[in-house]
Design a protein around this ligand. Structure first.
Ligand SMILES: NC(=O)c1ccc[n+]([C@@H]2O[C@H](COP(=O)([O-])OP(=O)(O)OC[C@H]3O[C@@H](n4cnc5c(N)ncnc54)[C@H](OP(=O)(O)O)[C@@H]3O)[C@@H](O)[C@H]2O)c1
Length: 300
C-alpha cells in the first residue's frame, strides 16, 4: 500500500537528499516536500524526477499560523496515509538576533518550536505504525569538541526570548536548539509510551556536511571555506556528503530494518549515546510544557 513521508526543508541540502533516498528506497513511498517557498519546492520536486510521487506543500516553521494550517493543506492534497515525518529544516543565525512571526527567537522558533507544533498537529492524522525522526547535530554535545560553543539550556522561556548579540551567541543558540531537538525526541517517545501507541521516535546527527546551505548566514570568507574548502574533509570520520547522510536519514524514516526502533539517537547509521544534558528529565519537561504554552500564547 502506498505511504507518505513528510520531510521539512526538503528543497535543498539534507532534506532534499533524504527525499531522493526515500523515493529510491521503495516504489510505495510518496514524499511531501514541506517547504517555506513553494517555488523553490517545485524546482526541487522537478529535480527528483518523480512527478507522481512528490508533492510540494507550503510550511513556514517561523510562523505558527503556517504550521497550524499545514494539516488542512495536507488533507486537501488527498495523499496516501502518512507513516513518516522527518523534522529536518533548520537555520543557524550568526548575524543579529531575529524573531519568528510570533516574536520568538528565530533559531529556537524554527529548529525546535515550529517542529514541536507541527508534530502536535500531525499526531492525530498519522497512520500507524508511524515514525518521527528529528534531525539534531553532534554540536549539541560539548563532549564531542566540535568547535561550536556548548549549548546553554537555561529554560525554554528564556530561550524563546534570547536576544544575546554576536556570532558566538548565535552559534550557541544553534547548538542549544539542537539539544532541544534531542530533548524533544526523547520526551515525545516517553509520552508515546516507547512505541506502544504505534509511533516510534528517533533523533539523528547527520555529521558535518560542508557545502550544505546551513552556513548561508556566515561572513563571506567563512561561507567560501564552507562551500569550497571543507568538502575536501569528507574523508574524515563524522564528515559526510549530504547525499550519504540523506540515505542514513531516509533509512531511519522508512527502512523496514528500523521497524520498532525508538527513543534512540543515531550518528549516521550508528545508534550512540547523546549528550549528558539530553537525558535530563527536568529540562525535557520544561521544554515540553513551555513549548505547549508558547504555542497556545501565540494563538491568543
Ligand atoms: N550542514 C551540516 O553540517 C549539519 C550538521 C549537523 C546537523 N545539520 C542539520 O541538518 C538539517 C538540514 O541542514 P542542511 O545542512 O541541509 O541546511 P540547508 O541546506 O540550509 O537546508 C535547511 C532547510 O531548512 C529550510 N528552512 C529554513 N527555515 C525554514 C522555515 N522557517 N520554514 C521551513 N523551512 C525552513 C530551508 O529552506 P530555504 O531553502 O527556503 O531557506 C532549507 O530547505 C538542519 O536541521 C541542521 O541543523 C546540518
Amino acid at each position: 500500500m502506498t505511504r507518505t513521508a513528510i520531510i521539512t526543508g526538503a528543497n535543498t541540502g539534507l532534506g532534499f537528499e533524504c527525499a531522493r533516498a526515500v523515493l529510491a528506497a521503495a516504489p510505495m513511498w510518496h514524499v511531501v516536500l514541506a517547504v517555506r517557498d513553494p517555488a523553490r519546492g517545485a524546482d526541487a520536486a522537478a529535480r527528483l524526477s518523480a512527478p507522481r510521487r512528490a508533492t510540494v506543500l507550503e510550511l513556514d516553521l517561523a510562523s505558527l499560523e503556517s504550521v497550524r494550517t499545514f494539516p488542512s493543506r495536507l488533507g486537501a492534497a488527498g495523499l496516501p496515509p502518512v507513516h513518516s515525518v522527518v523534522c529536518n529544516a533548520g537555520v543557524q543565525v550568526v548575524g543579529d538576533s531575529a524573531t519568528t512571526a510570533d516574536g520568538f527567537e528565530l533559531t529556537f522558533g524554527v529548529n525546535h518550536l515550529g517542529h514541536f507544533a507541527l508534530v502536535q498537529g500531525l499526531l492525530d492524522v498519522l497512520a500507524r505504525p508511524a515514525r518521527i525522526v528529528v534531525v539534531s547535530s553532534g554540536t549539541h554535545d560539548p563532549d564531542k569538541h566540535t568547535g561550536m560553543p556548548a549549548p546553554r539550556y537555561t529554560s525554554a522561556g528564556e530561550l524563546a526570548h534570547d536576544t544575546g548579540q554576536g556570532p558566538t551567541e548565535g552559534r550557541r543558540r544553534y547548538t542549544t536548539s539542537k539539544l532541544c531537538n534531542v530533548l524533544f525526541a526523547y520526551e515525545l517517545d516517553r509520552r508515546l509510551e516507547h512505541g506502544r501507541q504505534g509511533v516510534s521516535v528517533t533523533a539523528f546527527d547527520p555529521g558535518l556536511m560542508p557545502g550544505s546551505g546551513l552556513a548561508r548566514d556566515y561572513p563571506p570568507v567563512q561561507r567560501l571555506a564552507w562551500r569550497y574548502l571543507l568538502p575536501a574533509l569528507r574523508v574524515l570520520p563524522g564528515v559526510r556528503s549530504t547525499r550519504a547522510s540523506g540515505r542514513y536519514l531516509a533509512a531511519l524514516a522508512v527502512d523496514p530494518s528500523h521497524d520498532g526502533v525508538t527513543g534512540q539517537y543515531f550518528a549516521g547509521r550508528k545508534p550512540i549515546r547523546s549528550s549528558t544534558d539530553s537525558y535530563d528529565l527536568d529540562k525535557a519537561r520544561d521544554l515540553w510544557e513551555t513549548s505547549e504554552q508558547l504555542v497556545v500564547q501565540a494563538r491568543a
